[in-house]
Design a binder for this molecule. Structure first.
Ligand SMILES: [Ca+2]
Length: 189
């Protein structure tokens, strides 16, 4: 089953570069991973976001695979060959972000400082079969790094900026998050 990560905390590691650290973050009713507030210093590595455990079958998250809030900073999605400690042509930091409504999205006046490297976005785990994010691969705003020149840092789809700071999908996703928080508050009384 999929699992949705919803965090505004800082300095979390979701997944990792070792065998068994992978999360399958797929089949959720809204986003796969949400950073809805001013979260900073988080790292997302080695996960399937929108794919089933076989790495081939699409299990779409209904909205964005990885969503950043308007003031999210210092986040790393993936990494290069060296990120796992060994330069061996294998990028264990790679996330597979495919089959979602949007792959990675963010925006807002305070957003920036996000690095997106080495991921397969819109493909299966072999990088050869199309498993597109239907609304686009990446839109990460200003002051961010997408791809890179080190080994394994390249990405599989072009960086396409979102036209507005909050796309309809992103706005919907944040609204859903707000509603869920209210429900929890109400049930606790
Ligand atoms: Ca490596």
């Amino acid at each position: 089953m999929g699992e949705e990560f919803f965090t505004n905390a800082d300095n979390n590691l979701i997944g990792g570069t070792t065998p068994g650290a992978r999360n399958i973050i797929s089949g959720n009713g809204r986003c796969g991973i949400e950073f809805p507030a001013s979260a900073s210093g988080n790292t997302v590595q080695g996960n399937f976001v929108g794919l089933a455990a076989d790495g081939i079958t699409v299990r779409s998250n209904a909205s964005v695979g990885v969503l950043f809030g308007a003031f999210t900073t210092g986040t790393v999605i993936g990494g290069d060959d060296a990120a796992d400690g060994t330069i061996d042509g294998i990028v264990n930091a790679r996330n597979y972000i495919s089959g979602n409504a949007l792959g990675i999205a963010a925006g807002g006046p305070g957003f920036g400082g996000v690095t997106v490297q080495g991921n397969y976005i819109g493909t299966d785990t072999t990088g050869t079969l199309a498993r597109g994010n239907t609304g686009g691969g990446i839109g990460v705003g200003v002051s961010s790094i997408v791809g890179g020149t080190t080994a394994g840092a390249a990405i599989s789809s072009p960086a396409t900026p979102l036209p507005a700071s909050t796309s309809p999908t992103q706005a919907w996703c944040l609204l859903e998050a707000t509603i869920s928080e209210r429900r929890r508050t109400a049930s606790a009384r």
